[in-house]
Design a protein around this ligand. Structure first.
Ligand code: FAD
Length: 329
């Protein structure tokens, strides 16, 4: 892939944001799955001001795809790369402030670090996030969590930047959410910061709870090979009759199934691991196969938690893309 960004855009980015901008960045280095071609441009703002500048400059080139990302722990990029601009919110936006029983976190705060600071202060309520990789902005977007919980259960308010570049504070009463669903999905809003409500407890209690959660994750989840966590969302109806997605995939005989260097994990069938040099198309094939087989043998549909990012800039649940790609008959 060659650099095809408009010259005026590159000149503006270089002038205004300097070393916060990189070009032709291998997505396989950024993503947890270690998959993906080159991105035309990645901007990693080191302050809220830089983020606003990056949004302003790039919105003048609205024909170019643009996506906000955190640690890419829930994203599948394409081997063809990304023909646009990724704005990566990480360490440059990591202010963390405790105020009584609340915590204010900028979007780039690393989730395990937030959990650690809650433990240090003996604050409970979000222990379930302690083993989840990624940044708090991504967690809020996904309404991520574990133990069948989601981070938005604890939300007080979220600061977002609108398409027009305005900062807006959204109160919890206006943030409807459900299992892995947030109102930020499908909207052109940038999550800049979040305020969460916690409960007073003790360090010992919070530590015990976190240890239990981490120990159970260590036992169940593949840790040595690149992966993106759970691929499929739990379908509550299927859960009652068959069980969670990993169990259903195992039941239909696909645990350990390989395509190229992608494999449905032998340890936990709701994970797809990269054995080394896996292609996006291999992962998409396995996603489609697992979904189709479970549907055929059990009658239940499983939708993806993992998002696929197309080279042209579309973002969708990965199964939405695979449906048109493969004929597994
Ligand atoms: C080993 C492993 C275990 C995991 N376990 C869990 C788990 O137990 N529970 C769980 O819920 N998830 C889990 N995940 C998935 C993932 O870690 C979470 O979804 C995480 O919250 C994503 O954060 P991120 O910073 O990596 O976001 P990314 O993957 O970079 O982005 C995810 C989505 O959020 C959007 N986004 C990110 N930041 C912003 C922002 N600031 N503003 C607007 N949109 C934004 C992106 O556009 C994208 O659509 C796991 C992943 C791995 C690799």
């Amino acid at each position: 892939m060659n650099l095809t960004l408009p010259i005026e855009l590159k000149a503006k980015l270089d002038k205004e944001l300097g070393n916060e901008v990189e070009y032709l960045v291998p997505l396989s280095d950024l993503s947890y799955w270690k998959i993906g071609g080159l991105a035309q441009c990645v901007v990693s703002p080191n302050s809220l001001k830089s983020l606003q500048k990056a949004l302003k400059i790039t919105s003048e080139f609205s024909e170019l795809p643009r996506l906000i990302i955190g640690d890419c722990s829930n994203l599948l990029f394409d081997d063809e790369g990304y023909n646009g601009i990724l704005i990566k919110l990480g360490n440059g936006l990591n202010e963390l402030r405790f105020e009584n029983d609340e915590v204010y976190c900028e979007a780039g705060v690393w989730v395990p670090e937030l959990a650690f600071h809650c433990f240090r202060r003996g604050l409970a309520g979000i222990e379930h996030i302690c083993g989840i990789p990624g940044r708090i902005g991504g967690l809020v977007f996904m309404n991520g969590g574990s133990q069948r919980r989601g981070i938005l259960e604890n939300v007080v308010s979220v600061d977002v930047i609108t398409e027009k570049g305005e900062m807006k504070n959204i109160e919890a009463s206006n943030i409807e959410h459900s299992y892995r669903v947030s109102p930020f999905q499908g909207k052109p809003l940038v999550i800049a910061a979040v305020r969460l409500k916690l409960e007073r407890s003790t360090r010992a209690i919070v530590r015990k709870r976190m240890h239990e959660i981490l120990a159970s994750r260590r036992k169940k989840f593949p840790r040595k090979l690149p992966n993106c966590g759970s691929v499929f969302l739990s379908n509550p109806k299927m859960y009652d009759v068959i069980g969670p997605p990993g169990f259903a995939i195992e039941k239909v005989g696909l645990k350990g199934k390989r395509r190229g260097n992608a494999q449905i994990s032998e340890l936990h069938a709701n994970f797809i691991v990269n054995l080394g040099g896996a292609k996006s198309v291999d992962v998409l094939y396995l996603i489609n196969l697992a979904r189709e087989e479970v549907k055929k043998q059990t009658g239940f549909s499983m939708d993806c938690e993992v998002r696929y990012v197309s080279p042209e800039g579309q973002l969708m649940q990965a199964h939405e893309y695979t449906q048109s790609l493969f004929d597994i008959a």
